[in-house]
Design a binder for this molecule. Sequence first.
Ligand code: SAH
Length: 472
Amino acid sequence: MLLTISTTYSPATDLGYLLYKHPERIQSFKLPYGQAHVFYPEARAERCTAALLLDVDTVGLTRRPQGRSGENFPLAPYVSDRPYVASSFLSVAIAKVFSSALSGKSKERPELAETAIPLKAKLSILPCQGGEELLRRLFEPLGYKITVEGHILDARFSDWGESRYFTVTLQNTCRLSELLTHLYVLIPVLDDEKHYWVDEAEIEKLLKHGKNWLAAHPEQESIVSRYLKHLRLLTDQALAELCETDPQQTDETIQGQEEAKVEARSNLNEIRLQTVTDVLKKCGAKRVLDLGCGDGKLLHKLLREQQFEEIVGMDVSHHALKTAQESLHYKQLPDRQKERLRLFQGSLNYRDKRLAGYDAAAVIEVIEHFDLPRLAAFERVLFEFARPQTIVLTTPNIEYNVKFENLQAGNLRHKDHRFEWTRDEFHSWTNRISERFGYAVVFHPIGSTTEDVGAPTQMAVFTREGRKDEIT
Ligand code: SAH
């Protein structure tokens, strides 16, 4: 199995500094499953190519504990494509042999490591479960020009048809660390097999190597799912963390503060949270969810009300949850209070069993942080699966923005807001979902209401219909 990386950056031999491998030497590395050799088939100032040759120990492989295929087919260890194709073995080799380059470090050429240079990678044989189309869907959004040469299963028997093996060339002008990271993550994704057990540690690796590009990749979900061997729980966890690491979505708490600045003069946040607390009290709820709880201001109010016997705060952001825990002085709370309150991480875009069975849920200033296409998933998560008796949901009224002196015309209240709705838009959305999921809805404006543009915050209170029938 051969991976070559070429550049025409001048002087091209600087590639040696980026890879920490001298162009004049052949270097070999011992790996748990064989050997990796690095050498340069060409090293000129105009063009330089480094090669990573993977020599998998075929006999050693047969002695490894076998996975599923081994159980079904006793000869599998002996008729395996693993020694000859790019697979997770190659990713492990990249991480071991090019570790500094993978993390974007170069002692001798630090600026070059930070620079986008013309790069071309060639994979001699890349297995791809999903064919050329998948190859393109994965690499093209990352800016690669890709050439793909398919191989038929057996040249002597052309009617056996196409194999899942391709010779692939990828060209891009990017940092070497980006190229290596993309290969590191996507090779096992394309192969859709892993030679080792996949657990939570894999999420960490995926997020470490994918944090700068995966959140915006259109194939994000299938990449994550394949990378984590289609394990649902791990995949959901990784996707939830990815939206947290989405550069546009990081550090919501600080962003919340910015929003607070825009709304500050009217003391709107306090009025909003008090109104929500009052609604939750009035509906008689005892067990309540604060979904997208942020830094915990609503939780604080709810804790003061003895009516609420169980209070849960959930947020996708670890950082927000940590801030909430600190601002609530969770550790110092008396045991009785502690027992009433639970905080956990989770995403409202994924079905979550922990949310079922509550009397009420508050979703305060959260939905405008979702990409619109994800709203449909949220609707089902909350209204179909969690399905509390009462749902209190607030979102900004965009019409009111003209009244904020410190908000530039046309801007949303916050840079992470993906949308803000007019009253009409909010009403038609709420009407649609209440009809679809069997809830009755009542609207309340929050904050000082004006005749022309309404109030700054719009609140909808949903009540599940058919309660009496369900009880009897
Ligand atoms: N409800 C709080 C915080 C609002 S800021 C308040 O009114 O003060 C929006 C919050 O939604 C942030 O804390 C953010 O981390 C959280 N959030 C964004 N997307 C989310 C998702 N998919 N699942 C759960 N929480 C999410």
